[in-house]
Design a protein around this ligand. Structure first.
Ligand code: HAM
Length: 421
């Protein structure tokens, strides 16, 4: 057995699965660019205070799951548990709102860290693709973020999903709702877990999301945020849902949806997808947050965004389609019959690669028979053979491994694009 093993909750991704992983990330990026999002690349660690101040003093992510430590200079540091706080910190620090037209639209991807109990689709280091729209007061942007997730899923050939959606209205409606919940739960406080007793004081909304008290809470008819909406926010919610309907988004209003982070003030949503065995994975979630930029000492800008779990999307695609479906083979396999062919083999390979063709040169000294076996195993389209005769005539034998057709080409033919079809 190897001496060093990976840490609990971390994963190694390689070969075809790694190709699939990169395909998912690049699909997300490509789709985001169709909405004019620009990339933002931010640090993987920040001050711990950034997350306690933004993501929440009552969220599990901050109170229980954060990888926080003191660095060698005695600073309190945390590995990022999510991306929103860091993106907003960067926007405020670099005053990006003053340089660019609003709304700003940024996308990001990379590793995030939560000290969770590992299980299928839940890791301690995981990958997210996220977007943030900053400086937008329009519900069209809430709708657009949901449409972007839909487009990403559809581009990945995922059509079966469900969006659960809810709204707090705005910060005022949310506060009114919070007060109502507090009033309602006052008589139940003794029956709640220790965490919820603490949440009752700091942020009673989070009690609705408690895993320990789930059953008890579900039996109570707790007031829902939709009942606390004013007329304006009721209308905004309706208009948003109408856009989703008109654009074929498969959604359902879930009045009990509460997200696991503290900053949301408006529409919130989560995307669920079922695996073949019936297990449901939440592949992403997001919503509107209107106070975070100001809380991090920036101007008063309302924002909306989401995060998608890349590892979960990879699991779903492996469940839906064979992993082999995502394998890639190079197009050309160059077979030098002996060392005298090495130099021209390298020149041909480089010529083809400059024409955007994928090429493997056989670098191990294999027999012709084992090179052919290797070629059929790896599904190359063409083999280019370079033996003594080819070297003498400066004409190289090309075999189409699908049709078995054979022909000869010179280096000038290759340079002229003859194999570039
Ligand atoms: P979140 O719901 O905490 O939101 O995470 C988004 C997604 O990341 C989840 O739906 C899930 O797919 C994936 N994820 C979370 N934790 C894990 C884990 N331990 N292992 C594997 N995947 C995981 C956010 O992080 C917000 N920042 C989203 C957002 C952006 N809201 C506004 N802007």
């Amino acid at each position: 057995m190897a001496k060093f093993l990976k840490q609990r909750g971390t994963i190694d991704i390689f070969d075809t699965e790694a190709l699939l992983f990169q395909h998912v990330v690049s699909t997300c990026q490509k789709q985001a660019r169709l909405f004019n999002y620009k990339p933002i690349i931010i640090p993987t660690f920040e001050s711990t205070a950034l997350y306690t101040r933004s993501t929440g003093e009552t969220s599990d992510i901050v109170t229980k799951e954060m990888y926080d430590f003191k660095d060698k200079g005695g600073r309190d540091i945390a590995l990022r548990p999510e991306g929103t706080a860091g993106v907003i910190r960067s926007i405020v620090e670099n005053k990006l709102y003053a340089i660019n037209d609003l709304p700003l639209r940024y996308y990001y991807s990379g590793s995030f860290f939560r000290y969770e109990r590992p299980q299928v689709g839940r890791y301690r280091e995981f990958s997210q693709f996220g977007v943030e729209v900053v400086g937008s007061n329009s519900y069209l942007d809430d709708a657009e973020t949901i449409l972007l997730v839909k487009n990403i899923l559809n581009s990945l050939n995922i059509f079966e999903y469900k969006v659960r959606i809810n709204t707090f209205g705005n910060a005022n409606c949310r506060n009114a709702h919070r007060d109502k919940i507090k009033e309602f739960l006052k008589d139940h406080i003794d029956n709640l877990c220790e965490d919820c007793k603490n949440r009752f004081i700091k942020n009673p909304l989070r009690i609705l999301d408690c895993k320990v008290d789930k059953e008890y809470i579900e039996k109570l008819s707790i007031p829902v945020s939709l009942d606390a909406l004013d007329d304006e926010n009721k209308e905004i919610f309706e208009k948003t849902l109408q856009i989703l309907k008109e654009n074929d988004v498969n959604f359902e209003v879930d009045p009990y949806l509460v997200r696991g982070l503290d900053y949301y003030t408006g529409i919130i949503y989560e995307f669920d997808i079922s695996l073949k065995d019936g297990k449901v994975l939440t592949i992403g979630g997001g919503g509107r947050y209107s106070s975070l930029v100001k809380e991090l000492d920036g101007p008063d800008l309302s924002c909306v965004g989401f995060g998608l779990g890349i590892n979960r999307l990879v699991l779903i695609l492996q469940d839906l389609y064979q992993l082999e479906h995502y394998n890639e083979s190079a197009k050309f396999y160059i077979m030098p019959f002996d060392a005298s062919s090495y130099n021209i083999a390298m020149i041909i390979a480089q010529t083809l690669r400059m024409q955007n063709q994928s090429v493997v040169v056989e670098t191990n000294n294999k027999s012709v028979g084992s090179m052919f076996k290797f070629a059929s195993k790896h599904n190359f389209k063409y083999a280019i053979m370079i033996g003594e005769e080819e070297l003498t005539n400066k004409l190289y034998k090309v075999k189409n491994l699908e049709t078995k057709e054979q022909f000869f080409v010179s280096l000038d033919d290759i340079k002229g694009g003859k194999l570039n079809g």
